[in-house]
Design a protein around this ligand. Structure first.
Ligand code: ADP
Length: 601
């Protein structure tokens, strides 16, 4: 066993490195700059935390979010690694106390925000410290081409350039296209860095795209079957978050909400409740999550299609960080496309809107594809997966039925034409449905030959079909908030030249979970979960910092009743054994005695 393997076992309780971890650690400890691109949950933290222990001086970790730092510092202190953080939430007194300890070399790892890092007062302090390494976490924030650009990241290299002794630089991110990668290396001025991409594959995630007629019903049905699981539901607007939160609260689900319109206190409270397992469902906009280190998230549902696959994969990737099975479900409706186009028009300048639209088209294609979803994502990120089917995603697990909708398409297209191509999807659907709405009468549309010719459909279905025809390029939208529909050249091929239109619908929505998990004792797991929650409460830390779900499941499989056997469980290191070993061994011993179980080797 080499030194870093010994530390992996001693502090973190793991027997083996995950792909890429050992290489990065070796490169860093031999003095080389590094850039590692590893998916969420791959175990990036260990890649700089173990070198931090091996290097002589202090490791500074620049991290964008305070909540993330807090969790990291908690976790490190739990396993006996001296770490602290510097951020704006510290009081004057706390800051000075902290400073004294930092100067006396009491910490091996210090977390800091990029803003604080480049402040004059910190630069002054920096020059008095022996810094062996500076780690830049979420390094894609440095690039305007990334999706979370943070201008203060740009200052990092300037500050480092003022140091007398240049420390080793290591940068980490979960998502980086080639252009972002180059940008990171150049902006941080990494010197001949060792670059490692471990691949984006997350084999424990089950991807699904669903097009339910009623998203709300789909969601409630799903939640009824997942009452004990923790999960996030992402919505594209604050209004939607508020509405869903109200409904779920009324139905007495343990739910929190999070969006940018809430006060900071309310947001922190919501995040804490979710992190500490006081609530199990988080309904949120994409403002939530970057600082979330919670490893036992079992599902991430996107109630609306997000703006691009980078954001989607990062948000969905918050599920299953502990390596256990988790579901990532995207609820797609054609109207999400218009919402996203509107958001792009609002948010971007004309110079980058082309990129945004291209990215939007890629995620629309993801929602419409009948190929393996996991493969689609990996190819999008430039990988060449060795498998054709993952046998895990909604496309691999369901039969796709193709329906000929030429007649419906003709009805819709000719209705738009008869309304002189001057109205939006809502009114067109009203006319086709045969609605008695005042506006329909006001324009005399009740006298059109297309009035009521789709009355057997719900308005929602007609609207979805209209959006489908927009995606397929038969209808154009003009204008922003209330776009007007007009016909494209391709519409004529359907109306006059006999071109047929097909839509793909998935006919199976129940996904049998592929059972690759350990078959663990669920009753013991529940007992250990309760014990974990109590211990976490006593110590004022999130439950997953005590042990992850994966660790508890392993205990519920092997029933360790001695210290020696408990130490064999992944995730149990020396410090945790000392701190919690007795309680867990007692709980397991009682359980095996009561149930006549003989512990496995
Ligand atoms: P990332 O930052 O890449 O998203 P983390 O560093 O938070 O991932 O690690 C995700 C989870 O995987 C954590 O619970 C961590 O303890 C666990 N983990 C990391 N490395 C290993 C390993 N070698 N063996 C088992 N679990 C690991």
């Amino acid at each position: 066993m080499n030194q870093s393997q010994i530390l992996l076992k001693k502090y973190f309780g793991y027997d083996n490195f995950r792909p890429g971890q050992n290489e990065i650690i070796e490169q860093i400890t031999s003095g080389k700059d590094c850039l590692a691109i590893m998916p969420t949950g791959a175990g990036k933290s260990i890649c700089y935390q173990i070198p931090a222990l091996l290097l002589p001086g202090i490791t500074l970790v620049i991290s964008p979010l305070i909540s993330l730092m807090k969790d990291q510092v908690n976790s490190l202190n739990e396993i006996g690694i001296p770490a602290t953080l510097i951020n704006s939430t510290l009081t004057e007194n706390e800051f000075h106390e902290n400073l004294k300890k930092i100067l006396s070399q009491a910490y091996k790892i210090i977390y800091i925000t990029p803003e604080r890092f480049s402040s004059d007062s910190f630069i002054h302090l920096l020059k008095q410290l022996d810094i062996s390494m500076i780690t830049i976490d979420e390094a894609h924030c440095i690039s305007q081409w990334g999706h979370d650009f943070r201008p203060s990241y740009r200052e990092i290299a300037n500050v480092i350039a003022t140091l007398q002794k240049r420390p080793i630089l290591s940068a980490f991110t979960a998502t980086a296209t080639q252009i972002v990668k180059t940008d990171i290396i150049e902006s941080l001025q990494l010197s001949h860095p060792f670059v490692l991409t471990t691949g984006f594959d997350r084999a424990n995630l089950q991807f699904s795209v669903e097009m339910p007629y009623n998203k709300r019903n789909f969601l409630f049905h799903f939640l009824r079957n997942h009452t004990n699981d923790a999960g996030i539901i992402y919505c594209s607007t604050r209004k939607q978050v508020d509405a869903l939160y109200e409904e779920l609260s009324l139905a007495e689900y343990p739910v929190s909400k999070y969006h940018g319109g809430m006060s900071e206190t309310a947001r922190n409270q919501a995040q804490d409740d979710f992190t500490y397992d006081r609530t199990s469902i988080m309904v949120a906009t994409n403002a939530f999550g970057m600082g979330i280190d919670k490893s036992n998230i079992r599902y991430v549902i996107h109630y609306n299609m997000p703006k691009d696959l980078e954001s989607y994969y990062q948000e969905a990737g918050r599920a299953g960080r502990d390596g256990d099975q988790a579901q990532c479900i995207l609820l797609f409706s054609q109207s999400d496309i218009l919402t996203n186009k509107f958001l792009i028009q609002q948010a971007t300048t004309s110079s980058n809107s082309k990129i945004e639209y291209d990215k939007l088209n890629d995620i629309i294609a993801y929602c419409n594809t009948d190929k393996c979803l996991r493969k689609y994502i990996l190819e999008y990120f430039g990988e060449t997966p060795t498998f054709e089917h993952c046998d895990h995603c909604s496309n691999c697990l369901s039969e796709i039925e193709t329906t000929d909708i030429t007649i419906d398409a003709k009805k819709i297209l000719s209705c738009i034409k008869r309304m002189n191509e001057r109205f939006g999807a809502g009114l067109v659907a009203d006319v086709l449905k045969g609605s008695k709405a005042a506006k329909v009468k006001q324009f005399g549309f009740h006298q059109l030959s297309t009035y009521g010719i789709m009355k057997e459909y719900s308005k929602n279905t007609i609207t979805n079909l209209i959006y489908f025809l927009i995606t397929e390029g038969y209808i154009n939208t003009v204008g922003e908030q209330y776009p007007i529909l007009n016909l494209t050249q391709s519409a004529n091929t359907v109306l006059f030249q006999g071109k047929q239109v097909f839509i793909k619908r998935k006919i199976e929505t129940e996904h049998p979970t592929k059972n690759t998990e350990l078959s663990y004792d669920e009753n013991l797991f529940e007992i250990l979960r309760t014990l974990r929650r109590n211990l976490a409460n006593q110590n004022n830390i999130p439950p997953f910092v005590v042990f992850t779900d994966a660790t508890l499941k392993e205990m519920s499989t092997y029933f360790p009743t001695t210290e020696e056997n408990l130490l064999k469980i992944n995730g149990v290191g020396n410090q945790k054994l000392e701190k919690y070993g007795k309680q867990f061994i007692n709980a397991i011993s009682n359980y095996v005695t009561q149930n006549n179980i003989s512990p496995k080797k």
